[in-house]
Design a binder for this molecule. Sequence first.
Ligand code: ZN
Length: 366
Amino acid sequence: MESFSLFFIYFMSLILGLVIGSFLNVVIFRTEKDMDFGGRSFCPKCKKKIVWYDNIPLLSFLWLGGKCRKCGKKIHWSYPAVEMAGSLLFLLAAFLVMNGGLNNFLSHYGTTAGLLKLFNQSPTAFNLHKFSFIATLLELVFLWSVFATSLAIFVYDLKHMLIPDSFTWMAIKIVAVFNVVSDSLLMLNIFSAKNQSLLMSVSEFAGSKTALGFNWLSEFFGIEEKTFLEKAIYLKSISGRYANTVVEGSALQGYFIDSTPGKIINFILETRTGSGLIIGLILALIFFAIVFFSKETWMGMGDVKLVFFIGFFLGALKGLIGIFLAFELGAIFGIALIVLGRAKMKTALPFGPFLLAGMLLALFVS
Ligand SMILES: [Zn+2]
């Protein structure tokens, strides 16, 4: 993508992240007070309504000097902090999507090919660019939504050592919609008669993006299904994420042609929904056992639902990496607090923030 449009997307991400961060402050506050979400924003101290120009994310905090205009009471630092965190997370999401960071499965080019099929469009260069861009927007909105809900969970757990069910359910619903939509678009390719040529065009397009070259791909599609996976492993070792997508797409077709039980399991694991559900449920069971046997002393039911969401979102491989990193981070942080004399062995820490930090780091593992 041209550098100007990339810059535009990153800039818009920063601004939108600020606005959503500001909205999350309201959601968190009103969930704490068990209020509904209608009506204007007001100062939590003097209860007076806040005029629109005093309600601009970050900027208003700065020009009001961090104080309410009406009563002069200090505005808590967590408000601008959440806005800035939202801004940075939205930028990070854009960076990940623009660099194929969501393509751990078939997602991007499977979605692109599926959209072409759905709208009955031929894979011309123009259409490929157009539908690839639509797929990118879809991924961007998805990752922004996941990051926004995660930020709300992070802040709430940090403040109250509690994760509201409504937050986790919202996160799970967002992932469910995206997983099912992208898998459906993928299936549309695999189960349709003309999928081979369509998928080839899209693969070619994907390949050209990584300078893999058409020769590679045509040779790749010419070989027998038996050697598919060997070739796939080799291609994976020498090429970037976009090529992975092509390789996995071809491998998927291979799985479908030869439907022995082992291949069907592999096939399920290649889909976002299948992989996510399996690892989400396994993680939730393990965490439930920990909560049950430790009698909620160092983890709660909120964490059980949270790890289901993380597994459902990240899928098998990254899901496990994310949880592993969460335990590492928790241990390092806990030891650091004890060494610095800020905590004792029995000081309780909320585990949700570590789980979410692990999830974020796992997204950067390819
Ligand atoms: Zn006030």
